[in-house]
Design a protein around this ligand. Structure first.
Ligand SMILES: [Zn+2]
Length: 99
């Protein structure tokens, strides 16, 4: 199940970053994007730019280097040796998205 938000003001309090994310309806999102968005994906409008979410796993910074340490782990990564990361990236318009 996808979702769509608009990223509002970003504030930093005590070195913690807070994003003022506002969920919007698919109809509103389609109008903003100028096309019909894939309901199965996660979307965000960051500073007016349509972005989609990508996620990946990487070696945990809390328990040493690389995947050699996999299996040992620490509390930061739940003892898996890897952490799950995600970020918003701008979604380029591609020809397959055009009507
Ligand atoms: Zn770890």
């Amino acid at each position: 199940m996808g979702s769509v938000i608009v990223r509002g003001e970003t504030t930093i309090v005590d070195q913690m970053i807070y994003h003022d994310d506002q969920p919007i309806t698919w109809e509103d999102a389609d109008a903003r994007a100028g096309r019909r968005l894939d309901r199965r994906r996660a979307w965000a409008f960051v500073e007016g730019t349509l972005c989609t979410s990508i996620s990946w796993t990487q070696a945990c910074s809390g328990c040493g280097y690389g995947f050699e340490d996999r299996g040992s782990g620490c509390s930061e990564c739940g003892h898996h040796g890897v952490t799950r990361e995600a970020m918003w990236v701008p979604e380029p318009m591609t020809s397959k998205d055009l009507p």
